[in-house]
Design a protein around this ligand. Structure first.
Ligand SMILES: [Zn+2]
Length: 325
C-alpha cells in the first residue's frame, strides 16, 4: 500500500500513519514542512525518503516496528527533533549525522542489528534516555561520558565486553541496564554515579565489582549468573608489590600514557609498546598502572541480597595515596 502526499497536504502539525501496512512513504514527504510529529510505526517500511530532512519543524519521529535497513543521512538536518524512535527495525548502523541532533532527548534503538554506535552520538549532550538493548553492540564510544544529562541507559542483550571508563561521568544516570552481555569488568569509578537507583548486570562474566560500587545508593540491583570469585579465590587475588619503588619501565610507561605520546611506533622498545597497550586504572586516582600495582578484594553486601567481591586496584602498594608515585 502507498499514499499520495497531496491528500495529506492539509495536515498541519501531527501525522499518524501507524498500523497501515505501508511499504513506502512518498519521496516528496518533505513537502509537509510544517509537520511537528510524524508517526509511522507498525508498517513494513524498508527505507525513508531523503526529503525527510526537509521537515525542519519535526520534534518527534517514530518509525518503530518497521523493516528499515538504513536511516538517511539527511536526518541530521532535523535540528528540532526531541524524540527519535527506530526501535525494532533491521538497522546495521546509524548515520554519523545523528550527532547533529543537538536537541534530542530520547533515542530508541532497541532491537536492531547495530554492531557499534557512531562516535558522533557523544555529541547528543541533551540526551536523557537511550534504549539500545537487543543489538550486537561490542562496545560504546570512548567519549560516551559526554552524555552528562543521560538518566536512563539500556544496552542489555548486546555483545558488550567492556564499557568505556568515561561512563562514570554520566552523572545523571538513574537507571542502567547492562544484563545479558559479556562484561568482565565495570568502570572503576562507577561509584561516581551517585544518582543511580537501578543497576542490572545479570548474565555477564564479572569476577568481581569495582570497590566504588559500595558507595552507590541502589534501590534495585540484579547480578545473578556471573563468575564472581569465592572467598578463597578472592583472598588469593589480594597482593602488593614487594619493592617499595616502581621499576623504571613502569614509570616510563605511565609517563608515556599521561603525556599522550604517540606510543604505537617502532621507535619505542617492543616491551614498552606491549605494556602501553593494556593499562589498568587505579581505583583511587584513576591513573594508569601496568605491572606495578596492588589489589585488595573484600566481600560486601551490595543492594539487599548480594554479598559480592569488590576489588580495589591501586597504582601504589597502599590505599592512602594522593596521586601517582
Ligand atoms: Zn592511584
Amino acid at each position: 500500500m502507498s499514499i499520495d502526499v497531496s491528500v495529506i497536504m492539509c495536515v498541519q502539525v501531527s501525522l499518524n500513519l501507524s498500523n497501515n501496512r505501508l511499504s513506502s512513504v512518498p519521496e516528496d514527504l518533505g513537502a509537509l514542512s510544517s509537520l511537528r510529529e510524524l508517526f509511522l510505526q507498525y508498517n513494513t517500511l524498508t527505507h525513508l525518503p531523503d526529503s525527510i530532512g526537509d521537515l525542519h519543524h519535526l520534534t518527534e519521529l517514530d518509525v518503530k516496528n518497521n523493516q528499515l535497513e538504513e536511516i538517511p543521512a539527511s536526518i541530521g538536518r532535523l535540528r528540532k527533533l526531541v524524540v527519535l524512535n527506530v526501535t525494532n527495525n533491521c538497522l546495521p548502523s546509524l548515520p554519523t549525522s545523528i550527532g547533529r541532533l543537538a536537541g534530542l532527548e530520547e533515542l530508541g534503538l532497541h532491537s536492531n542489528q547495530l554492531t557499534e554506535l557512531p562516535d558522533e552520538i557523544c555529541n547528543l549532550t541533551s540526551l536523557k534516555v537511550m534504549y539500545g538493548g537487543e543489538n550486537r553492540l561490542k562496545g560504546l564510544p570512548v567519549r560516551f561520558g559526554r552524555l552528562t544529562q543521560l538518566q536512563e541507559l539500556d544496552v542489555s542483550g548486546c555483545e558488550l565486553e567492556t564499557l568505556p571508563q568515561s561512563l562514570s561521568r554520566c552523572v545523571s544516570l538513574i537507571r542502567l541496564w547492562l544484563s545479558n552481555n559479556r562484561l568482565q569488568t565495570l568502570p572503576v569509578h562507577i561509584g561516581d554515579l551517585q544518582q543511580l537507583k537501578e543497576l542490572h548486570v545479570r548474565n555477564n562474566r564479572l569476577c568481581y565489582l569495582p570497590a566504588s560500587v559500595d558507595t552507590l545508593h541502589l534501590y534495585t540491583f540484579t547480578a545473578q549468573n556471573n563468575r564472581f570469585v569465592d572467598e578463597v579465590t578472592a583472598s588469593e587475588m589480594c597482593y602488593a608489590p614487594t619493592e617499595g619503588v616502581a621499576p623504571l619501565m613502569e614509570l616510563a610507561a605511565r609517563a608515556a600514557l599521561d603525556s599522550n605520546l604517540e606510543w604505537d611506533t617502532p621507535s619505542l622498545p617492543t616491551s614498552l609498546r606491549e605494556m602501553l597497550s593494556s593499562p589498568g586504572r587505579c581505583s583511587v586516582c584513576e591513573g594508569p598502572f601496568f605491572n606495578y600495582n596492588s589489589s585488595v578484594v573484600t566481600f560486601k553486601t551490595v543492594g539487599v541480597f548480594y554479598r559480592l567481591p569488590l576489588c580495589l586496584s591501586l597504582c601504589t602498594p597502599r590505599i592512602e595515596h594522593s596521586g601517582q608515585p
